[in-house]
Design a protein around this ligand. Structure first.
Ligand code: SAH
Length: 365
């Protein structure tokens, strides 16, 4: 499986699209806003006045969140300039994602976005462009970017670790699709090594692209190894396993399939940043929330059944393209029905939570 070809969120703006089912990432962007604001303010102090400030959002996807983070960043730049009585710079914003991303929907939303900037009386121009390609490699010219932002994207690693399937075709992580309580240490190690390689390439690439003193705020899903709450993908794996038992999915398929995903701990993130050496870690924060916290936040009146239905559609919008590429489109309705049935009972029993890591970095001068 070539991750770059297969990985994307459900496109368009229909019932099952990422655009209609991305409330959790949106809540996370709001929660992280004060950290982004602090980083932008510092960047303005150190890099303005300048003619053009260049910003990138890495793993932008398509839907309301794509321009939500960007909009907050533009507002903060204008607020800071107003406070300092400086003229705001021209802005150039690059929206990056893999080639399979629904960039068309993103581009169609740009005229409305520009209109909103006009209504805010932002006179200096803002130019928004798409930049297709993997962030595990170079995307921009050297010393050209001032700020890079990424939310809920870095947990997608560049490939499924090769060692998870032996040369003889035997799966090392049988019955699971991600690190699970029953996975061996070797499985965990394969994943961790792939994460280390990928995150190092990510940091090295951004270090080349950012100007001296340029900064980044990265939010990713994380984990707490010593008392690891069950990952949502472990739960999806349990449901796929049930489908194997019911003869609906071939056992061999489940035994050899693994998600190209890794949720690191704060210490693992720190270790890679220090070893790579191009960045100063300004801030590293961890947030924990129940799997359905963001649904309760929007409507606390939703009962458990309604919350489970929303959570199921949300996880489907993210996981469907990659899961369907392996297990077939036909299996998806059944899989997510099973998911919906007892996901919240399971969450309560196992005390499952989403863990978010927010990493704020500055490039060494
Ligand atoms: N930032 C958005 C979208 C998160 S979904 C939000 O907060 O809602 C994660 C996105 O990361 C997906 O669109 C996926 O295609 C993208 N992605 C994953 N790996 C990537 C890579 N190597 N390079 C660029 N984008 C990637």
């Amino acid at each position: 499986m070539e991750v770059e070809q297969v990985l994307h969120m459900n496109g368009g703006d229909g019932k099952r699209s990422y655009a209609s089912n991305s409330l959790n990432p949106r809540a996370v962007i709001s929660r992280v806003k004060p950290i982004v604001d602090a980083s932008i303010e510092k960047l303005c102090y150190t890099h303005l006045p300048t003619e053009c400030l260049k910003i990138a959002d890495l793993g932008c996807s398509s839907g309301p969140n794509t321009l939500f983070a960007v909009s907050n960043i533009i507002d903060k730049i204008h607020k800071t300039c107003k406070k300092l009585n400086w003229q705001p710079p021209t802005l150039q914003v690059f929206l990056n994602d893999l080639p399979g991303n629904d960039f068309n929907t993103v581009f169609k939303s740009l005229p409305d976005f520009y209109k909103k900037l006009d209504e805010k009386k932002y006179i200096e121009p803002c130019f928004i462009a798409g930049m297709s390609g993997s962030f595990y490699g170079r995307l921009f010219p050297s010393n050209s970017l001032h700020f890079a932002h990424s939310s809920y994207s870095l947990m997608w690693i560049s490939k499924v670790p090769k060692g998870l399937v032996t040369k003889g075709g035997e799966g090392l992580n049988k019955g699971n699709i991600y690190i699970a309580k029953t996975s061996s240490h070797a499985v965990f190690n394969e994943y961790f090594e792939q994460f280390k390689r990928d995150f190092t390439v990510f940091l090295r690439s951004r270090a080349q692209e950012l100007v001296s003193g340029g900064s980044m705020v990265l939010t990713t899903m994380g984990s707490i190894r010593s008392n690891d709450p069950l990952s949502i993908w472990e739960f999806v794996g349990l449901k796929l396993h049930d489908m194997v038992l019911d003869g609906l999915i071939e056992e061999k398929k489940l035994d050899t399939f693994n998600m190209p995903y890794y949720a690191p701990t704060a210490d693992e993130v720190k270790e890679v940043i220090e070893a790579e050496g191009s960045f100063i870690l300004q801030n590293l924060e961890t947030f924990r929330n129940d799997w359905d916290f963001y649904i309760k936040q929007v409507n606390c009146g939703f009962d458990k059944k309604a919350r489970a239905a929303i959570l199921s559609t949300d996880i489907r919008a993210v996981g469907e393209p990659i899961l369907a590429s392996e297990f077939g489109e036909k299996a998806m309705d059944d899989l997510f029905c099973r998911f919906e049935e007892d996901v919240l009972d399971h969450m309560e029993k196992e005390n499952c939570q989403f863990i978010d890591l927010v990493i704020s970095l500055t490039k060494q001068r």
